[in-house]
Design a protein around this ligand. Structure first.
Ligand code: COA
Length: 175
């Protein structure tokens, strides 16, 4: 796959041997340890989607999805919490994040997931089809900003009139 400036990118599922490099990507992209700790805890829960992006055999990007739920009066719907996504600072703004997110969403769709939620930059995620969750009657877990909490319907009709509140794994509690 080609990103901007003709960079060749390879994307594949994360392996255990990638963990140290992924941690470094997270540490540098977020300038701290919070996301390193979060991903480490979420991996232990299992049942996640984690992809890495390589440029010149080096991991420059990482994306992670973990199980979440939407609780409504009709019951509980499964969803995927998309977080985090990170690109090494020196590789940002070259289209790598876009390719990695599209691939991550494709993989989520392939695995049969129907709904993805994200807390993130409200100017960035709508290009992938995300809309404000509140516009679909879906509330955020914790006291997250309404504008930044977004949802993507991967399979038409997935929400099917469901309105409710998303529940994230407790590992997200500090965010
Ligand atoms: C956000 C991030 C994953 C995007 O990856 P990327 O490879 O830099 O993005 P791309 O090159 O594919 O896309 C560039 C676009 O992203 C936008 N973008 C990048 N960082 C952004 C930010 N913090 N807020 C809003 N938009 C942002 C750029 O403005 C650019 O927009 P344009 O296409 O309209 O010019 C990457 O910049 C990153 O790792 N940032 C630090 C960690 C982070 O914030 N992760 C997301 C948490 S929600």
């Amino acid at each position: 796959m080609k990103a901007g400036k003709n960079i060749s990118i390879t994307i594949r599922t994360e392996k255990e041997e990638d963990f140290p490099q992924v941690e470094e990507v997270l540490r540098q992209a977020f300038a701290g340890e919070e996301e390193v700790v979060l991903v480490d805890k979420l991996r232990k829960n299992g049942n996640y989607i984690s992809l890495v992006a390589f440029v010149d055999q080096k991991i420059v990007g990482h994306i992670f999805f973990s199980p979440a739920r939407i609780k409504s009066s009709k019951g509980v719907e499964d969803a995927l919490a998309f977080a985090p996504v990170a690109i090494l600072p020196s590789y940002q703004n070259q289209g790598i994040g876009t390719i990695l997110i599209e691939k991550g969403l494709d993989e989520s769709r392939k695995q049969g997931h129907q709904i993805v939620t994200v807390l993130g930059h409200p100017e960035y995620y709508p290009r992938f089809g995300f809309v404000m969750a509140s516009s679909k009657g879906i509330g955020a877990p914790f006291s997250w900003s309404d504008e930044a909490f977004m949802i993507l319907i991967l399979q038409e009709g997935a929400l099917n009139g469901v309105k409710g509140v998303v529940s994230y794994p407790p590992e997200f509690g500090g965010f």
